[in-house]
Design a protein around this ligand. Structure first.
Ligand code: HXC
Length: 293
């Protein structure tokens, strides 16, 4: 039987032209760590300057220094909590003083934890909705004047967990569903101003807090086998999608949710020995011999 083929993740810098985002300024909530740190790094490698936002000032400042050092571009740390719109207005003001404009916004700040419904207090549910959904709205509200002026682009980092039910993820699922529909509404309302709004919905991305929390220890191989492209995502995969959606190649794309998950959301038959059942059609046929269904 053939071995499952695993496509390697490639960095966007090996695909797109090097000065793609020269003179662009990106404003990234959650840019101090995780997926959004890597996305910021990639955009900076294409010449963009970046403001990164997060709650922990020390960690944020260290991240900005590292990003600037690694990319040769300029990152600026603006401590803010997306639940507090005044802190976002202050970060926008500081960005305009520092870089003069904002072209792109990534709403990437997120909070999440695993908890059964009975283990969720009303305040706990509200906390996640406030960070993920209200935080996205606040970020849009604080940047909107500038983004309209630049005819800029929003990308919201969503998720795929709300496409079907995922136990212990009620709050994040509800919040991310809201993010998707908020983005669609923005696309419709802001399109006539030349502003685009899209979501990226990452699947399982290796080396992230989300993967650490959602995949049980030792379960990585099983999860991987249910992903049609046979590997977990890498932060490069999300960065590449971001580069495309901010680029002029996506000039007529708005109100879309780009799922970047190796095909995982389409797999609906965990009772099959996947991928062996499709790599070896003969044994697949054997499986259903005498099936009563
Ligand atoms: C139940 C919990 C809880 C848990 C917190 N709470 N953790 N309830 N189970 N594990 C409750 C608290 O008891 C409290 O309610 C309320 O939530 C607020 O908690 P605080 O700690 O006061 O909130 P805060 O300090 O603002 O912390 C926010 C946080 C925290 C989200 C709760 O976990 C955090 O800051 N995490 C770091 C960021 C993060 O989560 N990143 C992961 C992103 S991954 P009561 O009623 O007791 O007062 C991601 C991926 C999603 O988002 C998609 C995956 C595919």
């Amino acid at each position: 039987m053939p071995e499952p083929f695993k496509r390697a993740a490639v960095p966007a810098t090996s695909v797109f032209k090097p000065d793609l985002f020269k003179d662009k300024v990106v404003f990234v909530t959650g840019g101090g760590s995780g997926i959004c740190y890597s996305v910021t790094e990639t955009l900076m490698r294409f010449g963009a300057k970046a403001t990164i936002l997060g709650r922990k000032a020390d960690r944020l400042q260290a991240a900005a220094v590292q990003l600037s050092k690694d990319t040769g571009s300029e990152a600026f740390a603006a401590p803010a909590d997306v639940r507090d719109i005044d802190s976002l207005h202050a970060a926008v003001k500081a960005t305009l003083e520092k870089f003069g404009k904002i072209d792109f916004v990534i709403c990437g700040a997120a909070g999440n934890f695993m908890a059964p419904i009975e283990g969720l207090s009303s305040r706990a549910f509200r906390t996640i909705v406030e960070i993920d959904l209200l935080g996205t709205f606040n970020t849009v509200r604080a940047t909107l004047d500038e983004i309209k002026k630049q005819r800029g682009t929003y990308i919201h980092i969503s998720a795929t967990l709300h496409y079907s039910g995922l136990p212990w993820q009620a709050a994040a699922s509800a919040a991310k569903a809201g993010v998707d529909t908020l983005s669609n509404a923005l696309a419709v309302e802001l399109g006539p101003f030349g502003v685009r709004s899209n979501c990226i919905a990452p699947g399982l991305i290796a080396g992230t807090e989300g993967a650490d929390r959602l995949v049980p220890q030792g379960g990585e191989d099983i999860v991987e086998s249910f992903i049609p492209l046979q590997r977990p995502g890498s932060k490069h995969d999300i960065a590449n999608a971001t580069v495309f959606l901010f680029s002029e190649a996506a000039n007529w794309i708005t109100g879309q949710i780009m799922v970047v998950d190796g095909g995982h959301v389409h797999f609906r038959a965990p009772w099959l020995p996947y991928p062996d059942s499709v790599l070896d059609p003969k044994s697949f046929g054997e499986l259903f011999k005498g099936s009563k269904l």
